[in-house]
Design a protein around this ligand. Structure first.
Ligand code: ZN
Ligand code: FE
Length: 255
């Protein structure tokens, strides 16, 4: 099975924008274009012709380049149905359970509210790639701007259920800070201690820590681990993953 070609473009302070291309059809998409300029430069560089924008949610650091890119290339804009009024230039609306044919590659769509109320994630099983915007970060999760801890727990549960080899293409390089926080709530997690050390080393050499794999997240991401008794004990909510997630999200907000 042919895989997507994926090119990571760092923009702004800590955003990642992704160019994705299906080599069989030539379909070329950009996931969450915060800005247009660096995307146009990358297109020039690769010789790829932009056919799609795939948005995960409405925030400006994910949609800021939409209209300029559409104007420049005539591309189709795909985004969350639940937030269609806040996605500039949206053409195709998607929601939970939809499959979107991106060229010859299928993207499975999940509603993952919590960070915003209309957040979606795109999973390309053939490429083992998940584009999850600001819902799941490496060792972290998005702030709850428009949703509840219960919604976020349910959203993370959908992502957690994906195959462990799934690569997580999130929209920010927040990993080093997330690791420091994770260590504050799980200091005895040996996988976490080892991963935090690797992350420090990568960041010291300016290497992106994204993507990571779901297998690593299951072992080290405290927000995915709110069902673990040891973390529930730390949060003071044994037997309650939602209250545990709420507590550790609050602690992260003030970390
Ligand atoms: Zn956001
Ligand atoms: Fe963001």
């Amino acid at each position: 099975m042919t895989e997507l070609s994926i090119r990571q473009i760092p923009v702004l302070k800590d955003n990642y924008v992704y160019l994705i291309r299906d080599p069989d059809s030539g379909s070329t998409g950009v996931v969450d274009p915060a800005v247009a300029g660096p995307v146009l430069d990358a297109l020039k560089d690769t010789g790829w012709r932009l056919t799609h924008i795939l948005n995960t949610h409405h925030h400006g650091d994910h949609t800021g380049g939409n209209l300029e890119l559409k104007h420049a290339t005539g591309c189709t804009i795909v985004g969350p149905r639940a937030d269609r009024d806040r996605i500039p230039g949206i053409d195709i609306e998607l929601g939970d359970g939809d499959t979107y044919e991106f060229g010859k590659r299928a993207a499975h769509v999940f509603d993952v509210p919590g960070h915003t109320r209309g957040h979606i994630a795109y999973w390309f099983p053939d490429s083992r790639a998940l584009f999850c915007g600001d819902t799941l970060f490496i060792m972290g999760c998005g702030r709850l701007f428009e949703g509840t801890p219960a919604q976020m727990w349910k959203s993370l549960g959908k992502l957690k259920a994906l195959p462990p080899e799934t690569r997580i293409y999130c929209a920010h390089e927040y990993t080093q800070n997330n690791a420091r926080f994770a260590l504050s709530v799980e200091p005895g997690n040996v996988d976490l201690v080892a991963r935090a050390r690797r992350v420090d080393d990568m960041r010291a050499r300016n290497i992106p820590t994204v993507p990571g794999t779901m297998a690593e997240e299951l072992l080290t991401n405290p927000f995915l681990r709110a069902d673990q008794p040891s973390l529930q004990q730390v949060a003071g909510h044994v037997g309650d993953p939602v209250a545990t997630l709420a507590e550790i999200r609050h602690r992260k907000d003030v970390f």
